[in-house]
Design a protein around this ligand. Structure first.
Ligand SMILES: [Zn+2]
Length: 208
């Protein structure tokens, strides 16, 4: 026996798996699970606009975050500046290849891809340039979300490695501020992105 259930009209609580009829939400509204109280669905306010602006800001801070010195170090009485890129080169120079690769991947490459991803998605929605390929793109983007906060961890590793390798006084530089602003912008760009809304729009448009 099979009942015809339209799965598109159902929604499951992510925490406790309770099933509900999918609610029609207006901007700013959200619904909570009766059983466990966690948020089942929400429609974020001005999601596309806000995410677009944050990702633009993120792109703006990208270059200074990578190229400006994040630290000043005093070596043998001489003061040096080191950008994130310099730090990676130092790690390679000292033979820490794995750490250098990890730092490059998770502190630079993944955040850049995520930021461009958020920018591309919101740009496509903002200027009504929706394409079927966006569905594949969104799937890939979704997977990158799991690695979101690793760049903070990686920056920590870089700074402590540097401190260990060269036992010197550290001072904080402009690059670090740019890095933090870049981090905030890309985190906000992802947080503002209403993925459920975007999935729905794309499915309505391209999936029958
Ligand atoms: Zn629940």
């Amino acid at each position: 026996m099979s009942a015809n259930i339209d799965t598109k009209q159902l929604i499951a609580c992510q925490q406790c798996d309770a099933l509900y009829d999918k609610p029609e939400l207006k901007q700013g509204q959200s619904v909570k699970c009766i059983r466990c109280g966690s948020t089942i669905a929400e429609r974020k306010v001005d999601s596309i606009e806000r995410s677009f602006n944050w990702s633009l800001a993120g792109l703006f801070f990208l270059v200074p975050a990578i190229l400006l010195p994040i630290m000043g170090v005093t070596l043998a009485g001489q003061y040096h500046h080191a950008s994130l890129l310099d730090c990676i080169l130092v790690l390679i120079d000292r033979g820490f290849f794995m750490i250098a690769i990890l730092v490059f991947l998770f502190a630079i490459a993944v955040p850049i891809v995520r930021l461009f991803g958020a920018f591309y998605i919101t740009y496509s929605f903002k200027f009504n340039k929706l394409k079927p390929s966006l569905l594949h793109f969104l799937r890939a983007f979704h997977h990158l979300d799991n690695w979101a906060m690793l760049n903070v961890f990686m920056l920590g590793i870089v700074v402590s490695m540097y401190k260990l390798l060269d036992d010197t006084d550290l001072s904080v530089n402009m690059g670090l501020f740019a890095f933090i602003l870049w981090l905030i912008s890309s985190t906000m760009a992802s947080a503002a992105l209403d993925q459920d809304y975007i999935w729905q729009r794309l499915e309505d448009e391209f999936v029958d």
